[in-house]
Write a protein that binds this ligand. Structure first.
Ligand SMILES: C[S@@+](CC[C@H](N)C(=O)[O-])C[C@H]1O[C@@H](n2cnc3c(N)ncnc32)[C@H](O)[C@@H]1O
Length: 464
């Protein structure tokens, strides 16, 4: 997980308090996404590191301007909404007390006669009947705040929320909430994009297409912004290019499998008998009106660097390499010296492929990124792990890169994948050392480990 932002020193700008309400998924990615977006959009935020509890979807954050808050909302897929925090308390009495203490003019702009409003109650980890919700609203000491407008529950000008947090354990929710917050809604995050870009509605998908939500998170961590040049070296059906293009990136990719790239294989949708003639990554971008951000994708082996001119081009490299479980990890075999391809064979010659070990994939990826990423460009990639055997020493390192975030997505009790975000902080030079991994997590094939029963897996990373 990314290190939470540290409170900054006092400045003359007054910082207001906001309540960030996160979605209950990809918990480990929240702060990393927030940190990446706030940095990429130059939106200052700070919060108390010690108050952050990954199980609690509510986080009190300070920011010097509402514009910063809107910029964060315009990108985050992990934030449900952000609210101007008006009062909070660890008991109902304390909340009410703090509502009474609110400056009387705080709500003036939102309580005028021509402003409609709605009050809502949302509880986390406890369902309460509508009748009780109404009682909670009535119990709020709001009379002194002088709402002069009328109530409009459907389409109000201003929405006020009472949030109650009843902890995490659904079998032991307390009678009273652990924490209550009262706030005015500023806006919603980008959760709707997840439906809009859902793979079910995507023209061209494959067995390993990345879902829309995670693709957006990856582009956020990679800090893709308007005109970023973005590469996915294991592009498959290009889902990562779609999210990068959505944020303004110009996108390109390489893929070793001609059949995948040209949609010649079996359709992935169970009801689809044959592939449509126009299935392609370009068509996917066109589907979302993003075709002007498509540069190209080429059939190529990403383990080979010699097709690229020596230059740092890319602002971001985002990728999901093949783990060898659902898709083969192959590379072109080195040519044997005594083998000559005659002219008549050239048109139909396919070079031989060989197994591409996962450890080599990551080492090659870091070496490639060190050379071809711009300084301060980001490399974001998935790293599969057997959870019981994983340690931070398994993560590849490179002298040009700093590790920014390492977020776990559990896939089962046994297996997870970790989203690694690295930033190039030193320029690449001819004498720069190569990438290294302190302890090899895969020791050959991840596939073998994946399908082996737990007790049969030799745990070399932890010899004890
Ligand atoms: C996990 S999939 C990527 C899926 C992709 N993110 C998507 O949304 O469709 C990995 C892809 O890498 C491709 N691949 C395997 N070895 C490769 C290599 N040496 N160079 C380029 N692509 C390779 C596989 O054919 C596969 O399509």
């Amino acid at each position: 997980m990314a290190a939470p932002m540290k409170p900054q020193s006092l400045s003359c700008v007054s910082w207001s308090k906001y309540l960030f309400y996160f979605a209950s998924e990809h918990l480990d990615f929240r702060l990393a996404e927030l940190e990446a977006i706030s940095q990429a959009t130059k939106s200052e935020v700070r919060f108390d590191e010690e108050s952050y509890d990954v199980k609690n979807p509510f986080l009190v954050v300070e920011s010097p301007s509402i514009e910063c808050i809107h910029r964060i909302l315009s990108r985050s897929v992990l934030l449900r909404s952000i609210h101007q925090l008006l009062a909070q308390g660890t008991s109902t009495e304390e909340l009410h007390e703090n509502v009474r203490k609110m400056p009387k003019d705080l709500l003036d702009p939102y309580s005028k006669p021509d402003q409609t409003f709605a009050m809502r109650v949302e509880t986390f980890n406890k369902k309460i009947p509508q009748k009780v919700k109404i009682e909670k609203i009535k119990a709020l000491p709001l009379a002194e705040l002088g709402f002069k407008g009328t109530v409009d529950l459907k389409n109000p000008d201003n929405e006020f929320h009472l949030f109650e947090y009843y902890g995490w354990d659904c079998n032991n929710a307390p009678d009273e909430p652990y924490h209550s917050y009262f706030g005015r809604k500023i806006g919603e995050g980008q959760r709707d994009r997840i439906q809009e870009y859902h793979l079910q509605k995507r023209h061209f998908i494959g067995n390993t297409s990345m879902d829309a939500g995670l693709s957006f998170i990856m582009s956020n961590l990679a800090q893709v912004t308007q005109n970023s040049l973005v590469l996915d070296p294991f592009v498959g059906t290009g889902s990562l290019l779609v999210s990068a293009a959505h944020y303004g990136g110009y996108v390109m990719g390489t893929e070793i499998d001609y059949l995948v790239l040209h949609a010649k294989g079996k359709p992935s949708r169970s009801k689809q008998k044959v592939r449509a003639i126009d299935e392609s990554i370009h068509a996917n971008l066109k589907q979302y009106g993003l075709e002007s951000h498509y540069i190209d994708v080429i059939v190529a082996d990403s383990s080979k660097q010699n097709m690229w001119r020596d230059q740092s081009y890319f602002d971001a490299i985002i990728t999901d390499p093949p783990y060898g479980i659902r898709e083969p990890a192959k590379k072109i075999r080195a040519a044997t010296e005594d083998y000559i391809i005659t002219d008549d064979m050239k048109d139909c010659h396919y070079p031989q492929k060989e197994q591409y070990e996962l450890t080599d994939i990551f080492i090659d990826l870091l070496n490639f990124a060190a050379k071809y990423l711009q300084l301060y460009g980001r490399l974001v990639y998935w790293f599969p792990v057997i959870r019981a055997q994983y340690s931070e020493s398994n993560i590849p390192q490179h002298p040009c890169f700093k590790l920014i975030a390492n977020c776990e997505q559990p896939l089962s009790m046994k297996v997870a994948r970790r989203l690694i975000t690295m930033e190039k902080i030193h320029p690449y030079k001819d004498d720069t050392a190569e990438a290294r991994i302190d302890i090899d997590h895969f020791q050959g094939s991840f596939r073998q480990k994946y399908f082996h029963k737990e007790k049969e897996i030799p745990n070399k990373t932890n010899p004890s």
